[in-house]
Design a binder for this molecule. Structure first.
Ligand SMILES: [Zn+2]
Length: 139
């Protein structure tokens, strides 16, 4: 995605495209991927960026709220920012810490509960935790 596409995407979501926000967008939105805030900070740093950690966190929070990225919580201390915003599901490999996509039509629900009165569905997301099959002798 070019800088001007990114600028436009931010504007479409009502986000002012400041240089710092564009730097964060550049790292995350270039291709379909799942990155943690720490990984994004790391990538910015190695690209020579001077965007502060606080700005990165604030920007990611804003992007999440505006629907520019999807937040995927894999456990209470680990959150990923997903550049793919349409509905889909995930595998989470607890051994590698890697998140990968599952197409929405690969998961079918046979039945879902009635929603509590006075609520509407906001989305159903499945996170399938996996681990690498043991190779070699048992530990
Ligand atoms: Zn995803």
């Amino acid at each position: 995605m070019s800088r001007s596409d990114m600028r436009q995407l931010l504007q479409e979501h009502g986000v002012l495209p400041t240089p710092q926000r564009l730097e964060v967008a550049d790292v995350l939105l270039g291709r379909p991927q799942h990155l943690s805030a720490e990984q994004i900070i790391e990538k910015l740093k190695s690209a020579g960026s001077r965007v502060s950690k606080a700005t990165v966190y604030n920007t990611l929070k804003l992007f999440g709220e505006c629907g520019i990225v999807r937040e995927v919580m894999v456990d209470p201390v680990r959150k990923f920012y997903d550049s793919t915003t349409h509905r889909h599901h995930h595998f989470y490999n607890v051994d590698t810490g890697e998140l990968s996509d599952i197409a929405v039509d690969k998961v079918r629900f046979k039945s879902l509960p009635n929603l509590p009165e006075g609520t509407t569905e906001q989305g159903v997301e499945v996170l399938i935790r996996i681990r690498n099959a043991d190779e070699g002798p048992a530990r």
